[in-house]
Every structure is written in C-alpha cells, then in structure tokens.
Design a protein around this ligand. Sequence first.
Ligand SMILES: Nc1ncnc2c1ncn2[C@@H]1O[C@H](COP(=O)(O)OP(=O)(O)OP(=O)(O)O)[C@@H](O)[C@H]1O
Ligand SMILES: [Mg+2]
Length: 308
Amino acid sequence: MVKSRVIPLVSKSIPKVGLFSSDPWSRRAKGLEEAFRTLGEEVIQVIPWKVSRWGTTDKHEILQDGIDLSRLELLLVLDIGANDIGTFFNRVGLLSALTEMGVRLVNSVSSILLMRNKAETMRKLISAGLPVPKTLITESIDDAASFVKLHFPCVLKPLVGFGGYGVQLIERDFDLENINDYLKFHSQMFGKGAYLLQEYIKSPGYDIRALVLDGKVITSMRRVGGEGITTNIHSGGVPQKNTLDVTNLSIRAANSVKGHIVGVDIIPDEEGNLWVLEANATPGWYGLQQVTDFDISARIAQSLAETF
Ligand SMILES: Nc1ncnc2c1ncn2[C@@H]1O[C@H](COP(=O)(O)OP(=O)(O)OP(=O)(O)O)[C@@H](O)[C@H]1O
Ligand SMILES: [Mg+2]
C-alpha cells in the first residue's frame, strides 16, 4: 500500500504583503516591515529556505509556516540572493509560479532577470535611446583581449554582479602584456566564463545613483570614493547630495527594463556628458537615506499600499 505524505493544513490568516529576501534581518527588510505595519498592513517576511512547494496529483501549493503564499496580494522582491544554480532556479521558479497564481510581484520576474544581466539591460537601455559606454560581452578570451588592446585603459566587470564586486579598470601595462592571464583569473574569480568589457568613462570622481519608484525619481545621491574605480556604498563609496538633474535619463532607464522600483546608475564624464551604466532591480537605500529628508521605506510602502 502506497503511504501518502500528510500535507500541512492551511489555517493562518493571510497577510496582504510579502517581503521576499534571503536576509530578512537587513535594515531594508526590517524598515519595510515596520513601514507596512504602520500603515496597518499585515506583512510577512518570505524567506526562500523556509518556503515549501508541495505537489500531488490533485494539488500544488507554495507554503511558508502553513501560510499559502499564493494568496498574498503583493510580493516585494528585496533580493534573489542565490549564488548556486539550484537555489537560483528554485527561487526564480517560486516567483514565476506565484506570479501565475495571481500574486503581484515588484519587480516582475522578467524585469528582475533582465536587470540581473548587464548585457540585457544594456540592450534595453540602447533600445530606449539612452547613452551607454561602448561595451562588448563575449565568452571568447581572444575577442576580450582584442577589445582591451583597442580600448586600453578600459573596464572589465562580471555580467552578473552587484556592489562593484569584480569591477576593475585594466590600466597597468603589465596587465595589458599579460592580458589573457588577467582575463582568465578574472573569469575564474568573478566572470564565470563571460566577459563584459566597457570603455572607461573618466568621471570627475563620482557617479550618481537615482531611485525610481513607480515612474518617478524619488531621490538620488552622488557616490564618491570607494574601491578602485567603483563608488558603490558597498565598496566604501560615500553618499553626498546630488545636484545634477538625472530625472529624464533615470525614468527612461527604469521604463526600458519595466521596473517599478529601480536603482539607476549614471556616470558623468569630464565634459559633463551623462552615461547610463546599469539598472538595479533590488536596490538598497542605506546610502540614499543619508542624503534624503524623508523615510524611503515609508515612501515605498505608502506608494505600494495605495495600489491595493
Ligand atoms: N565604464 C565605466 N567607466 C567608469 N567607471 C565605471 C564604469 N563601469 C562601472 N564603473 C564604476 O563602477 C561602479 C560599479 O559598476 P556597475 O554599477 O556596473 O556594477 P555593479 O557591481 O553591478 O554595481 P551595483 O551594486 O550598482 O549593481 C559604478 O558605480 C562606477 O562607479
Ligand atoms: Mg551599479
């Protein structure tokens, strides 16, 4: 006789909002949780490794602690946080399934995957007529080496990355002379088989991060300093008030990747031209909050709660 497994009963009251994050204790997750609670909204931290997906011939369910997550109204994705292919597909699969089961995702799965991939983001930015630095994406070490020889000094970065991790300026003659070894090492450490090479935009020492929410720039900052050429807050960049108007570029960038909440990176060159580097689907706002005179978590919660 086939012993059937007991599937836990769905009993608990269903919150409206879920916050999907591999780090539910982060400032961002806690700040949003509190902001939604202040608005009187029931909110749950959806923690990928606590989610169970059950399937039997007559039933498919996605549960966390007995709560049927398909009954959420809104799921805000704070990060996918998956470095291994297994967890990556499990989490993207969960988010895709919940979307099909009627949960509204911010940002949508397609938008998140697009923004995670710098090549696809670049394609969308170009299709929106936005200024992007000359860029080559290739798996060929020879083509990568040729780009470096032609555009030296230039920037090498992982196709999928964040926090400035693995973003490097190739500027030393030694590296140029040993470029294949340099590229091989970078690929093992960061690129994982794909090379993204970009012309180096010599900036006046800062770039700009703009936060777009529902088609509007709600705040922005200059980022100064940081490791190497990167200015990310993660890599030691310091936030300062931004005086440059990046509204038009930022909104067009966010729309081009169909993002509802987007962190847009823009870098000025020494002539004052602005270049769009990328769009982030799960932006943080720790740095932005330091130069913004309203509570960003509360603004985001308010804006999303108005859509219920
Ligand atoms: N082509 C370039 N020319 C000059 N500086 C650059 C260039 N590309 C990147 N940088 C610098 O490196 C930083 C990180 O690059 P980028 O935003 O592409 O990577 P990231 O790791 O995905 O960052 P994020 O955390 O924003 O997702 C930029 O904010 C900028 O300061
Ligand atoms: Mg960036």
